[in-house]
Design a protein around this ligand. Structure first.
Ligand code: APR
Ligand code: PHB
Length: 389
């Protein structure tokens, strides 16, 4: 089969790119390793920057988000029992939308179906060929039958463990990585959120985050050692530890309930340069990973898709190749700023096994500066709500 752009990966990046390109009359084929149900079963963060909200609206998937999403005008950082509110409107005039990534992905699948998109699920043995100079193609197996997609460009939207990044030769690729010495134990529960805004807690027992999906669905996290296993944590032990780390006034009102999802995720910062090679362009987690402390994963996938959609439209619709040539540089400029913010939030809020008294004092001073300086809160708010594309 032939198409303009072959997209490897049917997660948020791949689906959003396919949706925007198809709406511009550029043909796509999406090749996804898992089933649709498996992709939709993933529990991921749910804070959308204003740029992401705008891009989803442009893609035609803004309706349910507008109806069910929750606009947030601020968030809370705590240091033991001190609560520091970051007022987004006051600091930068922006807001974020709380709307789960699972819902974003579901909306994108529905929209892609309505457009008659070609999405191959359960695709195996995906391989990329002829990335240089100009006749790329992708092969894969689907329902036991070999498939080949001849295309003009390949978008690698297949996440951190995908095959696309590996197609860039090791002598061309530069990878930057920082692995954090702890994980996040996350729980989803059908309970009302502990607070109307998100709470990021710095506590001597460890980091905690109180988040939500809707008024009856809460999402909580606590920092745990990398050696912990999910089975080490009963629901009761989780609730006790979470309440020990949240401010007493919040913990006292927190509604407990059975966990409907419980998992431990590692934290890493990772960037691959370049994000393009010949006719291959990397998008989203295929090119970079951020620790979830800054809620940037989905939002960086969206900004990559913004840059790549703009570049492919300029090529296919206006015959101009300049934006394609600089896609990687444009995307990376914003990626590195979000990488810094996510690293900064993670360093400020977590307990590190090897931290010194000096390190602890630096955390306290950074939080105290946020508490006392409107300019410090402004910088955090601008990064949290999303820097301009
Ligand atoms: N062939 C085809 N598809 C693949 C392959 C492969 N070899 N390897 C992985 N995939 C698929 C995965 O099954 C997944 O559905 O690629 C998709 C990548 O999706 P994500 O990992 O969600 O990455 P992305 O679309 O960039 O979205 C980034 O998702 O994981 C979160 O925290 C992350 O919020 C961020 C967002
Ligand atoms: C979530 O709701 O899952 C969430 C929110 C904010 C974060 C990370 C995760 O920074």
């Amino acid at each position: 089969m032939k198409t303009n752009v072959a997209i490897i990966g049917g997660g948020p990046a791949g689906l959003l790119l396919s949706q925007l390109l198809m709406k511009a009359g550029i043909s796509t084929v999406v090749i996804e390793r898992q089933s649709r149900d498996y992709v939709l079963s993933r529990i991921r963060a749910g804070v959308l920057e204003s740029g992401t909200v705008e891009l989803l609206r442009e893609a035609g998937v803004g309706a349910r988000m507008a109806a069910e999403g929750i606009p947030h005008h601020g968030c809370i950082l705590t240091s033991d029992d001190t609560m520091i509110r970051i007022d987004f409107h006051e600091s930068c005039g922006k807001e974020v939308m709380v709307y789960g990534q699972t819902e974003v992905t579901r909306d994108l699948y529905d929209a892609q179906e309505a457009l008659g998109a070609q999405i191959f699920h359960n695709a195996a043995d995906v391989a990329l060929y002829e990335l240089h100079p100009d006749a790329p193609y992708v092969t894969f197996t689907h329902n036991g039958a070999p498939q080949r997609v001849d295309c003009q460009y390949i978008a690698g939207c297949d996440g951190f463990h995908g095959v696309s990044r590996q197609a860039i030769p090791t002598d061309v690729r530069r990878e930057f990585e920082k692995v954090y010495p702890f994980g996040w134990l996350g729980v989803l529960s059908r309970t009302p959120p502990a607070h109307e805004e998100l709470i990021y807690a710095n506590h001597h027992r460890g980091f905690a985050l109180a988040s939500m999906r809707n008024p009856n669905l809460s999402r909580y996290y606590i920092q745990v050692p990398l050696t912990d296993k999910v089975e080490d944590w009963s629901d009761e032990a989780f609730w006790d530890e979470l309440c020990a780390r949240l401010p007493a006034e919040v913990a006292s009102g927190l509604v407990r309930g059975p966990s409907i999802e419980k998992s431990i995720a590692p934290l890493r910062s990772f960037v691959c340069e370049p994000m393009q090679w010949g006719r291959l362009f990397l998008c989203g987690d295929a090119a970079h990973i951020v620790p979830p402390t800054g809620a940037k994963g989905l939002n960086l996938a969206a900004s990559d898709v913004f840059y790549l959609t703009r570049a492919l439209k300029a090529h296919f619709l206006d015959g101009s190749g300049d934006l394609l040539a600089r896609y990687g540089a444009d995307a990376l400029a914003r990626v590195w700023k979000a990488m810094r913010f996510s690293w900064s939030m993670t360093t400020m809020l977590h307990q590190f096994p090897d931290q010194s008294e000096f390190d602890l004092r630096m955390q306290r001073v950074e939080l105290a500066t946020l508490n006392s300086s409107g300019d410090a809160r402004k910088i955090l708010a601008e990064n949290y709500c999303g820097l301009p594309y």
